[in-house]
Write a protein that binds this ligand. Structure first.
Ligand code: NDP
Length: 280
């Protein structure tokens, strides 16, 4: 069986167009502040892509590029200023931060109503309860891709490889909210291959090229590849051995062009949601 490819570029373009139309229709003034500290090249690319998406959607973007030696006090002071700024509906601090800055402290300083990444403990707690305004962008993007393919999660065996706070754990929670039977795997999981082979929906968020091989995948499974890696030739790739897994899966997301573009589209959606919450 050759899998159908779920086209993240197309789905993300659709989500962004819906956001653009919503903003235009209602004449909303929406602003997103993106803070980048230091000169990590990958972070720079992400920030530029977020700016471009803002332009497409009609969201004002405010970029704050701070030098690597910025102190915690300076960064927290900027967050305070942005929290108070009525033109700023969403605040995103691009991670990772340089080592001398405490990421948790910085995230906790962002007003939960402007926390469009949904990393603040208050928002994480709401996701756990199932009563949320913002969903973390990457897992929300994965769910959107699953829905776009018409896949019903209810009752399905779902296996998530990875348990990070930004991908694995919230992903498991979103699948659970849709009545999936969810298993979360990590580096201490025994018999990983056997666990993965049970999955109707397999989500890989490990960060290792070529990690998921065909022998780990059940015939007809839906495979969502969150990983962003470089292979030996320096080419962008996911966690899944795409060619061999595509032979067994029913649906698969490619890298690039799968989950990546969705993350940014969901950020745009969250920013409009932030505007709405703040206008209530
Ligand atoms: P982390 O490094 O925080 O988490 C990786 C997870 O993989 C950990 O839970 C770890 O387990 C698990 N893991 C590592 N080795 C193994 C193993 N041998 N067997 C089973 N589990 C293992 O990464 P993130 O969650 O932040 O990101 C994961 C990937 O997704 C990365 O490639 C990242 O670049 C990508 N990403 C993509 C995004 C997108 O927009 N497409 C957005 C965010 C991330 P343990 O907890 O035990 O250490």
């Amino acid at each position: 069986m050759a899998a159908q490819i779920i086209d993240g570029k197309a789905v993300s373009a659709k989500v962004k167009e819906e956001v653009r139309q919503e903003i235009e229709r209602e004449g909303l003034e929406v602003g997103l502040a993106v803070v980048i500290v230091g000169d990590d090249p990958a972070s720079r690319v992400y920030v530029n892509n977020k700016k471009k998406a803002c332009e497409v959607c009609g969201i004002k973007s405010f970029e704050y590029a701070l030098p690597a030696e910025t102190t915690e006090e300076e960064l927290l002071a900027l967050v305070d200023t942005l929290n108070a700024d009525k033109n700023v509906n969403g605040i995103l601090v691009q991670l990772p931060l340089p080592k001398h800055l405490n990421e948790e402290k910085v995230i906790e300083r962002i007003s939960p109503m402007k926390d469009v990444d949904a990393f603040h403990a208050a928002n994480v707690g709401k996701i756990m309860i199932g009563n949320y305004a913002f969903l973390p962008c990457t897992p929300a993007g994965c769910m959107e891709l699953i829905h776009s393919a018409g896949i019903d999660v209810s009752g399905k065996e779902c296996v998530v490889i990875g348990r990070s706070n930004i991908v694995g754990k919230p992903m498991a929670m979103l699948l659970l909210h849709e009545n999936g039977t969810v298993t979360v795997c990590h580096s201490r999981t025994k018999d990983l291959k056997e666990v993965c082979r049970r999955a109707d929906i397999l989500v890989a968020a490990v960060g290792r090229a070529g990690f998921v091989t065909a022998d780990m995948v059940k015939d007809g499974a839906v495979v969502i590849d969150v990983g962003i890696n470089r292979n030996a030739e320096g080419k962008l790739c996911g966690d899944v051995c795409f060619d061999e897994v595509a032979e067994k899966a029913s649906y698969i997301t490619p890298v690039p062009g799968g989950v990546g573009p969705m993350t940014i589209a969901m950020l745009m959606k969250n920013t409009v949601m932030a505007k709405r919450i703040q206008s209530e």
